[in-house]
Design a protein around this ligand. Sequence first.
Ligand SMILES: [Zn+2]
Length: 458
Amino acid sequence: MSVDPVLARIDSDLPASLDRLMELLRIPSISTDPAYKEDCDRAADWLVADLKSIGVDASKRETPGHPMVVGHVDGPGPHLLFYGHYDVQPVDPLELWDRDPFDPQIEDTPKGDVIRGRGTSDDKGQLMTFVEACRAWKAEHGTLPCKITFFFEGEEESGSPSLVPFLKENADELKADIALICDTGLYDSRVPAITTMLRGMLKQEITITGPSRDLHSGMYGGAAMNPIRVLAKIIAALHDDNGRVTVPGFYDGVHEISDELRDQWEALEFDHKAFLKDVGLSELAGEAGRSALEMIWARPTCEVNGIGGGYQGAGFKTVLPSKAHAKISFRLVGDQDPEAIDKSFRDMVHALLPRDCEVSFNSDGAAPASVMSIDNPAFETARNALSDEWPDEAAFIGSGGSIPVAGYFQSVLDTESMLIGFGKDDDQLHSPNEKYDVESFHKGTRSWARILDALSKG
Ligand SMILES: [Zn+2]
């Protein structure tokens, strides 16, 4: 089976492919708002019907929340699990949209044609790149080059409450040789990317209590401990002068990136000056001696996300507050253990606490990082296939944010994930006027055809 006629068909079928995407985009499948429950259901039905039209044995599977869509099709190559989500974010503030978010349109812009509407980039447009690639294979060769399980979720934008139970219940059915997740972006418009490192997260809110009530600083100041002073000391102690986090054992499980990956990242010529200038800054603030991409993708962090205590209104009130609090989060990498770090962080806070103060912790969850083992040859195979389609060579990149589904595939299905997507930084995900470039959709579809071809040949 040759990929060339498949690519030619993708080109000639582009208008019809876009029409199908428009149909899906017109369904307002906002998962977080119960008012759109039927629409979520309709989007799932639409996908089942569309998969059936290309010979996939597909069905809608009920969950306590919105349904999953699962489909199977046989093929000679390895077993691939493809994941995307059909739900979308809410659209408000509606007045900031230039058009009805659920009446998508192709717009001719100075940067090229874009598909404008909610869900174009996140994630319906991306999901359909894979479906369209499969449709073209099927049309040309009567079959698909790999055995494929399609898996579409309808609750990704509302915290995926049904995902893990569903994966556990259907693990035997969903387990595959490798998972493909299409919900990420290109590195830039010339360089496609496979995201292989996703940072994890640990969140803690700490509240320091000193005196039993707010005090007048003229009467008590100097004699009574001020919890803001204690909190400031704790926060100041979290980093050393070289930008390293000082929580004992924090770097256990943090690995250096390989020389090969370091070379790839250097070749990206990331302009950290422009990156910082964009937000009014000029100097990197992370660990001394590390590159900006390393800081964002491969190194752990500790950040104070919010802080409060005492009088915050207009004017001045010489209060000595009873309480002070801060919201502190850690981004985790490699094999860092969220529970061990959480304990070590609490111990450190307790050790810095004066006898008269108390601390309480309010945890807001923790998840380890996911790191894909890129020595699995499928990664290099897919990277080469992507490089064939785009102007510049594809890169293995990291992501500062988290995509929990990759971690769940690993822990529940024991299936490694390749995160490949064609979104761009200016797609305005989750914001008004979301768009997806027609080029992303077209070349994304062609990319999947090439990846399927390459993976089928091993
Ligand atoms: Zn998404």
